[in-house]
Ligand binder design. Structure first.
Ligand code: B12
Length: 302
């Protein structure tokens, strides 16, 4: 089978974020992606190459391309288009340091990468470090992986390094009077926690009292924890990988369960597709804005 593997519609959606109805439409219209039914393995087979193409297509659609321009195009063409987007598909050209960090990761120079991060950290505040460096770096790592420049183990190495750094930032931070007590978690299907940790560092650094429940917390448990811990707010993170059609229902369900006095803040790439937030839920893609709103809230409470 070479580098081919079996992947079903659910797996493909998790890998690419593209639902089966949309893929069926593309198959009819553009003849791509065509899977093969393999009887011995009992399922539809997509190649790694097709999965890579679909990931790039998803990023390009987010970047403003239309399906007719890109669906079915070869990987090299899609990669070149991604690089042509402003900031090279988020490998941010405004900050050459990000490209340097990606180079270090690609050559497995992990110690040098950590030292470089340390040097950058000394130049700025915790908030700037997270917002201006770690967040765009994480996105750039995802893009580099999708374009085949980084292996999955390198993405894992980088994630562990960043988690350690972010946890380090949390040490010694003290909640300020009048600032809310916030419970942090990711919803049921979300395993990505880096965005959540970034939000926790920025909001803790701004004065909030932060309690972390970690990944994949069912709504009922969140409700129980929020009430038992007398939280003022529940903060959730939805990554790019979270199925878009499930974000709003998940937020509505939690809003319905939680007492009205508990605010819900949600952030991450996964909420960017929601145009109108459900009543009683605030959505963020900008951590700086979340910190500002926290200060406004504390002003109101004092
Ligand atoms: C790091 C990472 C991982 C790490 C996760 C480590 C961890 N413990 O969290 C590892 C390597 C483990 C991983 C695994 C996988 N991943 Co991954 N991963 C990523 C990556 C590179 C970054 C995600 C992230 O942490 N973003 C955090 C920040 C930077 O992004 P953000 O969501 O925009 O959030 C910002 C703001 O909105 C705000 N914010 C976020 N949350 C909140 C909350 C509140 C309250 C507030 C106020 C603000 C706020 O703060 C952030 C900074 O500004 C993305 C690439 C990408 N472009 O997102 C892929 C990505 C999400 N992963 C992807 C995939 C496919 C996977 C795997 C399925 C791969 C696999 N075959 O194993 C698995 C999933 C495993 C599973 N069981 O679910 C795909 C998803 C494709 C899709 N479905 O659309 C992506 C997009 C990569 C890609 N380019 O294709 N992954």
């Amino acid at each position: 089978m070479g580098n081919e593997r079996i992947i079903g519609a659910t797996g493909l959606e998790q890998e690419t974020g593209l639902g089966k109805d949309l893929l069926r439409k593309w198959r009819a219209r553009y003849g791509f992606p065509i899977p093969e039914y393999v009887r011995e393995q009992g399922g539809w087979l997509y190649t790694d190459q097709q999965i890579t193409q679909l990931r790039l297509i998803r990023r390009l659609l987010d970047g403003g391309f239309r399906p007719g321009q890109i669906v079915g195009a070869p990987t090299e063409h899609l990669t070149a288009l991604l690089a042509s987007l402003p900031c090279g598909g988020e490998i941010c050209c405004e900050r050459p340091v990000i490209e340097e960090l990606i180079e270090l990761l690609a050559s497995n120079a992990i110690e040098a990468l950590d030292e470089r991060l340390e040097r950058e950290r000394r130049k700025c505040s915790a908030r700037e470090f997270v917002i201006d460096l770690l967040a765009p770096l994480t996105t750039a790592v995802g893009d580099a992986w999708a374009a085949g420049k980084l292996a999955i183990y390198q993405e894992h190495l980088c994630s562990s390094l960043l988690m350690a750094r972010l946890n380090e930032e949390l040490r010694g931070l003290q909640a300020q009077p009048n600032y809310p007590r916030i419970i942090f978690a990711t919803p049921g299907e979300e395993t990505h926690v880096l965005g959540l940790l970034m939000a926790r560092v920025v909001l803790a650094d701004s004065g909030a009292e932060c309690l972390d429940l970690g990944a994949q917390v069912p709504a009922e448990e969140l409700n129980q924890a929020a009430q038992a811990c007398r939280a003022d707010m529940v903060a959730l993170s939805f990554s790019f990988a979270y199925p878009r059609r499930k974000v709003r229902p998940e937020l509505l369900r939690l809003r319905h369960l939680l007492p009205a006095s508990v605010a819900i803040w949600a952030g991450g790439k996964g909420v960017e597709a929601i145009r109108r937030p459900p009543a009683g839920v605030s959505l963020f893609s900008d951590l700086g804005r979340a910190a500002e709103m926290l200060h406004e809230l504390a002003g109101v409470r004092s």
